[in-house]
Design a binder for this molecule. Structure first.
Ligand SMILES: NC(=O)C1=CN([C@@H]2O[C@H](COP(=O)(O)OP(=O)(O)OC[C@H]3O[C@@H](n4cnc5c(N)ncnc54)[C@H](O)[C@@H]3O)[C@@H](O)[C@H]2O)[C@H](O)CC1
Ligand SMILES: [K+]
Length: 501
């Protein structure tokens, strides 16, 4: 897992690398700038395009000056540097790089406090004004300049972090940030890049390694982790010789009502396709024909609106409860009965989450180790309104600990909050997957993994990853506009096979 650092910790990692590699800070800056330029020249190959490099006077600005020099050496002809002299302070490495770039004769202009922004006509703006040193929202000269640059709608490439964007902590709705089409960020994604609020400020993000000390990075105490394919390959288990259906558990999918049987079918089908030994769907009578005709592999346990179904509690390894289930008194009774009689962790989604929100006394009854899979609205209904994703992260961390449960907060980078106060960000999935039924599939996948004796944490991390990866494999190569849940289900065994290869 890649630990994600706060800006304070990034500065510590920077200092540690300088002392222990050892490397001088100016050489580390050179390495970072080269990494930026390596990516930049591959993607902006037209050397006749005009480029304005806006530099602050700290180390982000120092990077900007080094980048301008390196681009000049690579033959970019129409470069200009604009230094924001809004502070009397300048870092040593900024000053050193200023001396170095002066020798190249790339034109340099300085913008003084209170000065009107210089009219910008360049095709591309490289933003090296402020980076991880940002310590307050933009105001005064910076705000004025950034508002102007945002208004002229140029292609903006941010060095490390867009000016005005906090890497961690709450992003306020009225924040002034220089909107970047692309942020080329150093060493690792920043926590706030992974939250939906960043969408309006960052078009896309590329991470370039700058050789910070890996042992130190991995030793830093942080609740935030980024899950990568190598982590998933360590979690996924092969199907063994001499195994049989009993080896892989029996999952019960409690889902569906008359007009939302599709959710139950998708969930149960995903469960079977992810490899549960047996899958039974607890559905109303009205869904039986649909189940039998669409999925002969799946057994039925019928639910009658007025009485509790006759569940043999010991028979099932786990349960996935909620997709298309409906609300109301009978569902409340059913959930209560499950929490009272079934002592293994379950997966709770959709309508089951809403029933818990409406009957808050149920929250404390949720079996320890269970997994909740809310999207943003379901999460807020359960745990209260939030005005930012940062707040939501903190609540998820708190509630997962307090209730001894796992919370999967669905999002572009779906977040898994665990009872030991960690937050794992998933790295797969894409916008083509944003369609009804995708969440039902995820619930089926995770239920299946829990039935197969993966620990709740591994079931969460693996389930979320393969769900997103299957969607990526289908959508990304041919840039599909949309991937439907039922198509994604049939991809899951393929995705799992690739991860085990
Ligand atoms: N390990 C790495 O990732 C490396 C990063 N590098 C680059 O260094 C910057 C961070 O540099 P730093 O000097 O610490 O901070 P900034 O340049 O972002 O800011 C400078 C300075 O500005 C002041 N300031 C903060 N907020 C405001 C504000 N709202 N208005 C006005 N002034 C503000 C404050 O005094 C800051 O100290 C990182 O992003 C990378 O680009 C290294 O090059 C290599 C290693
Ligand atoms: K920047």
């Amino acid at each position: 897992m890649l630990p994600l650092l706060t800006s304070k910790q990034i500065h510590e990692a920077d200092a540690y690398t300088i002392t222990h590699e050892p490397i001088s800070s100016i050489d580390l800056m050179e390495r970072a700038s080269k990494a930026f330029v390596g990516w930049f020249i591959n993607h902006f190959q037209d050397k006749q395009q005009s480029i304005a490099v806006y530099c602050g006077t700290g180390n982000n600005g120092g990077d900007g000056l080094a980048i301008a020099r390196l681009l000049h050496e690579h033959g970019y002809k129409k470069l200009q540097i604009k230094i924001t002299r809004f502070s009397e302070k300048a870092s040593n490495d900024f000053n050193t790089n200023l001396k170095r770039v002066v020798k190249t004769n790339v034109p340099i202009a300085e913008i003084q406090p209170g000065q009107e922004p210089l009219k910008e006509s360049a095709d591309i703006i490289i933003d090296a004004m402020l980076g991880s040193g940002l310590n307050k929202p933009l105001e005064g000269d910076y705000k004025y300049l950034v508002d102007y640059l945002n208004s002229i709608d140029k292609t903006v490439v941010a060095v490390d972090i867009p000016t005005g964007f906090f890497t961690d902590g709450e992003i306020t709705k009225d924040a002034t940030v220089l909107k970047a089409d692309l942020a080329i960020t150093f060493q690792q994604p920043k926590v706030n890049f992974l939250l939906p609020e960043s969408g309006q400020y960052i078009g896309c993000c590329e991470v370039v390694k700058i050789g910070l000390d890996e042992t130190f990075l991995n030793s830093i105490d942080t609740p935030y982790f980024y899950v990568e394919e190598k982590d998933i390959r360590r979690i996924i288990k092969p199907r063994k010789r001499f195994s049989n259906k009993g080896t892989y558990g029996h999952a019960l999918i409690v889902a569906g009502k008359e007009k939302t049987m599709g959710a139950a079918l998708l969930c149960a089908s995903a469960c079977a396709h992810t490899g549960a030994g047996l899958t039974t769907a607890c559905i109303p009578q009205s869904g039986l024909i649909a189940l039998n005709t669409s999925m002969p592999e799946i057994m039925a346990l019928l639910r009658n609106a007025d009485e509790l179904p006759d569940i043999e509690w010991d028979k099932f390894s786990t349960m996935g409860i909620g997709p298309g289930l409906g609300k109301g008194n009978s569902i409340l009774k059913l959930l209560t009965a499950i929490f009272e009689n079934f002592d293994k962790p379950v997966i709770i989604d959709a309508d089951a989450l809403n029933v818990i929100s409406d009957n808050h006394q149920l929250v404390s009854k949720i079996t320890k180790g269970s997994i909740l899979t809310p999207h943003m609205k379901e999460f807020d209904r359960l745990f209260g309104e939030h005005t930012s994703w940062w707040q939501r992260l903190q609540t998820a961390k708190l509630k997962a600990k307090e209730l001894g449960i796992y919370i999967i907060l669905k999002n572009d980078y779906t977040i898994v909050a665990t009872p030991d106060e960690k937050l794992y960000f998933n790295s797969t999935s894409n916008a083509a997957m944003a369609s009804g039924g995708m969440g039902d599939v995820l619930t089926g996948v995770i239920t299946s993994l829990l039935a197969q004796k993966y620990s709740p944490l591994d079931a969460c991390l693996l389930g979320v990853y393969i769900h997103g990866k299957a969607g990526d494999e289908l959508a990304l190569p041919s840039r599909l506009h949309v991937v439907l849940p039922s198509r994604l289900i049939s991809q899951i065994p393929v995705t799992m096979a690739k991860l085990k290869a």
